[in-house]
Design a protein around this ligand. Structure first.
Ligand code: ARG
Length: 586
């Protein structure tokens, strides 16, 4: 808990106290306080309080008010409509908060007294395949959640569940063995895309041969057996592909500026040696049963389109294990070995059923006890301007690097128009922060489960709901702070009367802590985006109405400078939690 309660919490406490004093029998004393256009806050809870008391809401409101009085926080109270209570708070309370937040490195954000251990599974690209926009979403959302959870004190363990195992490797390795020239030195490596194009070609060529040549398909299947059995040459070939792909993934992560490291890359293969045991346990406990030779888990409520129950297959009839088995082994490992009490999966919404079945199976098997939370944090699809899933014109997946390059190019144009004098190195640095920030903000500001259209022109707009707008607001704040004359320091003069734009900005700054709690409570970074956007807009209004350096008195200047400073600190901290850079100038 921050040392100075937020204004909303302070008002809330006073109301809860008044309600329980006026109505000792009331079961719920929540005043349902909301920000309001008519006053600073409105208490809407009187209505739901009046119902069980069988009393007229205005009467209830009057009796609650008998136990509330103006004080250091509350300036004025008034009953409105059928039984709402409008609350205006004092300027002094706002100024006191601003001073306290600016002096606190955590800006009023509480930190968990009993932090838990969260294992978060995100990014998860597949070896020898191009990363696509789906992986972009998972990577960006996962990164923002990691940063926000860590900020509140949670211990977070990152798991990049690479798709590095499975029958397709038999085909890839076999093709490589038969076409050794595909190995060779890679001369196509560029700064943005090391050697993925070669692996892509390999994937396509081997797929085509696999689908069209039955003998090759058989040889590929035998190759899978060799891989499973740990045949040294086969494993070396597999390892080569994994390493080559990881170089590419790491280049994407570096360009994106996300926290993922090599140590977080614990792919599907890591769980390989646990799978037989997982299946044996499931079968012994009766959680899974044999059905047509396959080992299956059935669910009462999960049926296919034909009305027949759809099982989770943990072992195929040919003895092979699949995607689900690996996820079960991972749960056992994450809870049993890593001590997780919260498991998060940032994966496309289309995999909802898979996770529902996997979690339920793990619960039945006792690997996921009731006090461990497991959540699939699904997300929507990235669409092209035509409203269809984002693809190149020829229908292929868009290379992630190309997409990031495009955003940085657009950003370079915006930055160089604003600051034509910039030296090229600085221009590059800012273009990168603006372009990458724009991509991240566009993704994170859409509520997670919705689809959105990928439109780089809109993303880098200086005045819309964009990351660029936030960066611009931050740079403007910094520019004012730089211009403050010597001897004039940001300070809250607590007896000043505030202008409406100052009050609005101050009240919003005081909501940062509650906003962070919302994000960690719902795993929805778009709430932080919306908050920061409101903050930047409130700052713009303040800036237009309240001259800072040319204010009537030095006290007003100093107070306004403090508002600027805290706005800057809050924007920087908030954007950092989203993984978005804050250049000092734009
Ligand atoms: N690699 C998979 C894909 O590209 C996503 C893996 C999701 N994570 C998991 N634990 N199943 O679709």
């Amino acid at each position: 808990m921050p040392t100075v309660l937020s204004i909303a919490d302070a008002v809330q406490q006073r109301f809860a106290q008044a309600i329980s004093t006026a109505f000792p029998d009331a079961t719920d004393s929540d005043p349902q306080l909301r920000r309001s256009d008519r006053a600073d806050f409105q208490a809407n809870g009187i209505m739901s309080l009046a119902k069980p008391l069988r009393t007229n809401p205005r009467e209830v409101a009057t009796r609650v008010l008998e136990h509330l009085a103006a004080d250091g926080v509350i300036a004025n109270l008034e009953i409105s409509g059928p039984g709402f209570i409008n609350v205006t708070v004092t300027d002094a309370a706002i100024l006191e908060r601003i001073a306290a937040r600016a002096a606190d490195t955590r800006l009023g954000v509480g930190s968990a007294t009993e932090p838990g251990v969260t294992v978060i599974d995100y990014s998860q690209p597949n070896i020898a395949k191009e990363m696509h926009v789906g992986h972009l979403r998972s990577t960006i959302i996962g990164d923002a959640l990691v940063r926000t959870l860590e900020f509140t004190g949670e211990k977070v363990i990152r798991r990049n569940h690479l798709g590095d195992w499975g029958t397709q490797f038999g085909m890839l390795i076999q093709y490589l063995v038969e076409h050794p020239d595909e190995l060779g030195d890679d001369t196509e490596s560029t700064d943005s895309g090391p050697s993925m194009s070669r692996l892509n070609r390999l994937y396509k060529a081997s797929r085509a041969k696999f689908d069209g040549d039955g003998d090759f398909a058989d040889r590929s299947r035998r190759r899978v057996v060799d891989l499973q059995a740990g045949n040294p040459d086969t494993v070396a070939s597999w390892q080569g592909m994994v390493d080559e792909s990881k170089v590419y993934f790491e280049a994407v992560y570096a360009r994106l500026g996300v926290l993922l490291e090599d140590a977080d890359a614990i792919g599907e293969s890591y769980y390989n040696h646990m799978l037989a045991d997982v299946c044996a346990d499931l079968e012994a406990s009766g959680v899974a049963v044999r059905s047509d030779g396959a080992l299956c888990v059935f669910f009462d409520d999960i049926k296919g389109p034909d009305g027949e129950p759809t099982p989770l297959i943990v072992q195929k009839s040919d003895g092979g294990y699949g995607y689900a088995t690996t996820d079960l082994a991972a749960i056992r490992d994450r809870v049993g070995m890593l001590g997780a009490n919260q498991l998060l999966y940032v994966v496309d919404s289309r995999q909802a059923l898979h996770f529902q079945m996997v979690f339920e199976t793990a619960r039945r098997a006792g690997w996921l006890p009731d006090d461990v939370r497991a959540l699939h944090l699904g997300f929507g699809t990235v669409l092209g301007k035509n409203g269809k899933p984002f693809k190149t014109r020829s229908g292929e997946t868009v290379r992630l690097m190309d997409l990031l390059d495009e955003a940085v190019d657009r950003a370079r144009a915006v930055v160089s128009e604003k600051s034509p004098q910039l030296a090229s190195e600085e221009l590059e640095d800012r273009a990168k922060q603006v372009g990458i920030g724009a991509v991240k903000y566009a993704d994170l500001s859409t509520s997670r489960t919705r689809d959105y259209i990928f439109d780089t022109d809109r993303m880098v707009s200086l005045n819309g709901d964009t990351g660029t707008y936030l960066q611009y607001a931050y740079a403007r704040v910094q520019s004012i702070l730089r211009k403050a004359p010597e001897g004039v320091a940001p300070t809250a003069h607590e007896d000043l009367a505030l202008e409406p734009a100052e009050r609005a900005l101050g009240l919003l700054l005081d909501e940062f802590g509650a906003t962070i709690n919302q994000v960690t409570g719902t795993f929805e970074p778009h709430r932080l985006c919306a908050y920061l956007h409101n903050l930047a807009s409130a700052y713009t209004t303040f800036y237009e109405h309240c001259p800072v350096l040319k204010a009537p008195t030095q006290e007003v200047t100093e107070t306004r400078l403090l508002l600027c400073q805290l706005t800057g600190q809050t924007l920087r901290q908030g954007m950092d939690l989203l993984g978005i850079g804050t250049p000092e100038r734009l």
